[in-house]
Design a protein around this ligand. Sequence first.
Ligand SMILES: NC(=O)c1ccc[n+]([C@@H]2O[C@H](COP(=O)([O-])OP(=O)(O)OC[C@H]3O[C@@H](n4cnc5c(N)ncnc54)[C@H](O)[C@@H]3O)[C@@H](O)[C@H]2O)c1
Length: 265
Amino acid sequence: MKRILITGAASGLGLAMAKKYASEGWAVCVADIQDEEGRNIASQLKEQHNSDCFFQHLDITNEDQWQQLVNIISKRWLGLDALINNAGVASGGAIDSLPVKDFQWTVDINLMGAVKGCHFCVPLLKKSKGMLINVASMAGLVNMRRMSAYSASKAGIVALSESLLSELAPFGVTVSVVCPASFPSNLLSTIRSSSADGVKVAGKLMARSPVSADDIATRVYNDSRKGRHIIIPHFREVILWKLKRYLPGIYYIFMKKLVHKIISR
Ligand SMILES: NC(=O)c1ccc[n+]([C@@H]2O[C@H](COP(=O)([O-])OP(=O)(O)OC[C@H]3O[C@@H](n4cnc5c(N)ncnc54)[C@H](O)[C@@H]3O)[C@@H](O)[C@H]2O)c1
């Protein structure tokens, strides 16, 4: 039985991925700060799929808790085949209105949380020749205005992932980075934002998404097994990303003048 640790698995995309991997016969460690939800999900998965799914409280910013979890996994599972650094938070607002402490909060959780996950779990993945999957965002590839903290934290995850792609290849560890655009989840319930309008637009974009957390979970499952590095589940955003890479002049005009009119409609 393959063994996977998913952070932020009590809600949204993490929950969808926990269900997907459990349904494919994997043992899943549901790690989150939401104890009650996490515990319920792990016991449901265990019952439904007769697999060794369990919950462990983990604040991804806490190094002691990471070490404790690695010890638990090493004892219980004797190894780990995949880690998904999925837990994250959102923030928004202009650079001169979002408090610096909220910028820091975003980077500490989104980027440094994933860094800590890699630091503590990579030794196990090297032993199993496993898979490392980091959840970034489209905001890590194309960076919208008034989302500088979130974008910087997610662009950091994209850079971290590319660096580890070549660093871990000699050990047989594959590295994927998932870059979804907006999709419905509970992300806005904890958002720190200096702009109520911005949160409204984000809510609209999430509701309008043609892609659900379950769709993304299936893409992650299939594409990471093929060793795909960048996984972009939203089709329209693939076009935007290609525009930035191949026609940057047009892309920057589009971003400065047009994109905000389109997304706030
Ligand atoms: N929903 C979107 O539109 C969207 C788009 C692109 C990327 N993402 C990314 O997808 C990932 C999952 O988010 P979601 O949209 O499913 O949101 P969500 O809020 O539904 O789920 C996030 C989970 O992370 C957990 N979490 C938050 N801080 C934590 C911490 N310090 N330690 C451990 N767990 C913590 C939460 O308790 C929650 O269960 C995030 O990394 C997010 O940035 C989301």
